[in-house]
Design a binder for this molecule. Structure first.
Ligand SMILES: C[S@@+](CC[C@H](N)C(=O)[O-])C[C@H]1O[C@@H](n2cnc3c(N)ncnc32)[C@H](O)[C@@H]1O
Length: 332
């Protein structure tokens, strides 16, 4: 035993019933419960009437949402907690509930429930092969719309942590919806970006980029980073993918990035990186479960890989606290 503290059964209860909380959150999002309560103070009967639902299950749902910290209850009336108001009400600029509605519910949860089977078969969550998964237009759309909902905030946080202003031509490898490129370009008017990803992903990305009015500065190029080529640039960004690949693929991609950069150019890796002792962050550890072929890497491991590919002066920083981190390095 690692320490002498008394064994706490609630640790197990909380873990084993965590899925119930997930499902309560997903139900609230699907039923627009938080949107209805947003900015108001309502009884459960008023919420049920507005949503044209039976009052009894709504009452139970609101009690559970309160216990979970998403609603506040005063004298029988419910209002949104600050977290729900900011992140889970669809009209909020910081809303990221579609990540849970689309990617978590549709893509991750059906496989997480059979994780034991996948581990026995040595298979990954969702698919062992991203190219194959993204060859289905509907799967690609659902996944990427969900990813965009989460990565908008992550992209903005990355743009606050890394100074994009010194660069003009970024290559956003496996750039998905373009969320990171959008955040970086919005804050840096002289920056242009090209997103490399699979064709069905890029269709969704192009729609999003057009809506943001950035089609003149953010372009797309279909490609599989394991085998296809990509353009030169002065900055290579690779966000939330490379830690899922094998060391061999990671080095191949980093070496190619090195070749595509001028002296003084930089690479930024943003990912689910572990602390040096591999004990956390919890969310990084859990997302590493979804890896296609990787092993959990710390920021130091990622920095060593970049150095092995020729990069120098790696700098590590947290991006989304308790969730993601980045390592940036430059070509000498
Ligand atoms: C979790 S998403 C991250 C998207 C984006 N970088 C972000 O931070 O929001 C992973 C992305 O990697 C893309 N991807 C995975 N393997 C790839 C490969 N071999 N070549 C190109 N894109 C790839 C997927 O299609 C998907 O868009």
């Amino acid at each position: 035993m690692a320490d002498n503290r008394p064994a706490d059964p609630n640790l197990i209860h909380r873990l084993a019933t965590g899925y119930m909380g997930t499902c309560v959150l997903l139900a609230a999002l699907e039923l627009n419960v938080l949107d209805e309560i947003s900015g108001k103070s309502l009884t459960s009967a008023e919420v049920a009437e507005a949503l044209e639902l039976d009052p009894r299950p709504v009452d139970r749902l609101l009690v559970a949402l309160t216990a979970l910290g998403l609603l506040e209850r005063e004298e029988g009336k419910y209002s949104c907690s600050p977290e729900a108001e900011r992140y889970l009400v669809k009209s909020s600029p910081s809303y990221f509930g579609d990540y849970y509605r689309f990617q978590v519910r549709e893509c991750l949860m059906p496989d997480f429930i059979r994780l034991d089977e996948l581990i026995r078969q040595n298979r990954a969550i969702m698919s062992d092969n991203w190219a194959e998964f993204m060859s289905d237009p509907e799967k690609a759309r659902v996944f990427i719309l969900g990813q965009h909902s989460a990565s908008q905030g992550g992209g903005r946080m990355l743009a606050r942590k890394f100074d994009f202003s010194a660069y003009r031509n970024m290559v956003d490898l496996a750039g998905g919806s373009g969320a990171c490129s959008i955040a970086a370009c919005q804050g840096n008017p002289e920056l242009k970006s090209v997103i490399i990803d699979f064709p069905n992903v890029l269709k969704v990305a192009e729609e999003i980029i057009e809506k943001e009015g950035l089609s003149d500065r953010i372009t797309t190029q279909p490609g599989d980073l394991r085998k296809d080529d990509w353009p030169e640039g002065d900055l290579m960004l690779i966000s939330l993918i490379i830690s899922g690949y094998s060391k061999e693929t990671q080095l191949k991609v980093f070496r190619k990035c090195f070749d595509k950069l001028p002296s003084g150019g930089a690479i930024v890796v943003h990912d689910f990186l572990m602390d040096g002792d591999y004990k956390g962050p919890l969310l990084s550890a859990l997302y590493n479960i979804t890896s296609v072929e990787g092993v959990p890497l710390s920021g130091e491991d990622m920095a060593s890989l970049l150095q092995e590919a020729g990069f120098v002066e790696p700098v590590m920083d947290t991006v989304i606290p308790e969730y993601t981190a980045m390592v940036a390095a430059r070509k000498p």
